[in-house]
Each structure stands twice: as C-alpha cells, then as structure tokens.
Design a protein around this ligand. Sequence first.
Ligand code: SF4
Length: 372
Amino acid sequence: MRPRHLYVHVPFCARRCAYCDFSIAVRRTVPEAEFSGALTEELGLRFGGAGQWNVDTLYFGGGTPSRLGGDGVAGLLAALRARITLAPGAEVTLEANPEDVTTDSVVAWRGAGVNRLSLGGQSFDDRVLAWMHRSHDAAAIARAVDAARRGGIDNISLDLIFALPSAVERDWRRDVRRAIELEPSHLSLYGLTVEPHTPMGRWRARGELVESPEERYETEFLFAHDALTDAGYDHYEVSNFGRAGCHSSHNSMYWSGAAYAGLGPSAHEFDGQLRRWNLPVYRDWVRAVRSGADPMEGCERLTPDNREAERVYLGLRTLGGLDTTEAERERVKPWIEAGWAAMDGAARVVLTPLGWLRLDALAADLTVVRSR
Ligand code: SF4
C-alpha cells in the first residue's frame, strides 16, 4: 500500500510537558543520524525501494520534530525523498516548539521542502507556561513567528490549550487576542484533558489539581469561535481554524477517512480498512527495524459498523458536514431547533459550535439510527 499521505513521528522532546501523554523520548541530545537511519530502514522494510511513491501531504509530528534542527530535518527529508516524490503543491508540515525556530533553521527547513509550520504556543502567559512545564516563554512565540516569516515560511499554525483549571487564573480572552495579533494562517485549539499517567494526572490524584468546570470549556470554546471568525478565520473543524486556502490538507485527509501511511515509533496507519500502529518506545522501535522486523505493535480491522460510526463522527466534526438519509433528518430536527445543527442543502447536516460542544452524544445518536 502506498497512500498519498504520510505521517512521520519524531519522538524527541527536551522534557515532558505536564499534560502530555504522547509517545515521546526525552533527550538532551537528539540522535539525528540513528533516527534518520532507522526511519529509512522502516520505509524500505515496509514499502520496498522500487517504483515511485507520490505523496500529497507529509506531516512531521511528535514529539518535537524541530529538535532535529535545520540540518537534521534537511537530512531526513533528503533520505525520504530518495523513496518518495512530493507531488506539485504538496503540503509539508513540521511541528515546532518556539525555542527551535530561528531564521537559519527555517531557511534550512524551507530549502528541504517544508512549507508549513505548526507551532506549539499553548499560552502567552509565562506563569501558565511554567505551570505546564513548557520549555519556552511567551516572548519566544512571537520571535518564532517572526523568524518563520523571515526564513520564508508564511503558512504558520499556532496551537493553544484552553479550559485550564480555575486556580491557574489564565486569561483566555487575552491569549486569543494575542494570537490574532500575530496573524497566523491557522490555529488549533485543544481543551485540556488530564490523563492519569501524566504529571497533571498525578497532581490530580494528590488533590493538587481540580479540573476546570464544564462551563469554562464551553465559554472559552464559544469565545474563541466568535473572536476568530470575526477576525476572518473559518472554523472548519471542531478544533481548527484557518484562513481561506490555509486549512490543513493533512488533517483534512484524516477527517475524510482517506488512507495514510505512518512511520516512526507509535505512528498510526490506515489503509481504508485496517488500522495499525507501531511500537511506542523509541528503543524498541529502533531495535525492531534494525533487526529487519516490522515494528508494528498492533492492528485492527474495522468492521462495516465501525467504519460507519467513524464516518458519522468524522463528518460531524467538520464544516463539510454529513450526508443524511430521510430517517436521519427526522432525528436531526430537534438538533436544528436547539441550535446545534443546520442543514446545508437538502441532505447535508452541519453542526454549529453549540453542536460541536455535544459532538460525542450527537454522533452516537446518529450512529444508532444508521445501524438500524
Ligand atoms: S513538546 Fe509536545 S510532545 Fe513534547 S512533551 Fe510537550 S506536549 Fe508532549
């Protein structure tokens, strides 16, 4: 299988942020050559060397891919491009932490083919960043945006986290306004989820952290929707906002249910029916590919019911909405009366921001109708 979309997981981070449960490898010094070598071995092992592989979107996620530095990313892309061909206009995204973004590194990334940066900002309040154990301060975010533009990458996405505990006294409105002032082409906003095996999960277990009430999540989500749409962004997916022409092609591919390949520790992959995922621990993944073994940890074949449930959920996440049958439109009528959804044409239902706040319940409701 050679899908037209490729995800590469780069697991290295300077330290673990207090909320993070991703598969990462904390390293003071990044083993660039070892990682790049293992990744190309996995590529050859699983996809072979022969024939041309055309790719429309390539996404370096993590972890912190920017920790590879200018030369590290350029070397990795050169190794990948020996096996894959980036289609004309391909979107190549690199996730970056602000402290890694300098004009020199961006020039190297741009020269290697990166044309989109996804910056982990999270907040513009130094006190909040320190509480989250982020490795940068607020000023570094603005410096990174400036360096990205000077280095030749204008397509910049900024991540922010909302719904923090009340005790943190975070000023969400100020942070959203500050983000708008920087004029990124795209923003991704995520509500804080406290997972058990994270520093925050341990703080909660000790009674040192009380999660934000549901109302804070709703108020902050709706404020961001109003402020960002007023500023000209399309709220095109429950967590994502973009200027026209700057919606994420790679992420939109996930929501459309398209096939994609995944390389690197913990990377997921989907061929339209089968979902598989790699060993999550960096050393285990390196050991497997070096011994010539597929580094897969597990896989599952989606049943027709699974695929239908996923199609409903993914469709309702986006502004593109979901095509419905007559029976489903009957079910949706109360949603429309409640202001949770609207019809786009005769058959397509699209959730409103109020509907997105109830996404799980509404998707489950429609899946029941569909499975009858
Ligand atoms: S930088 Fe990102 S991946 Fe790394 S620890 Fe922080 S949140 Fe997790």
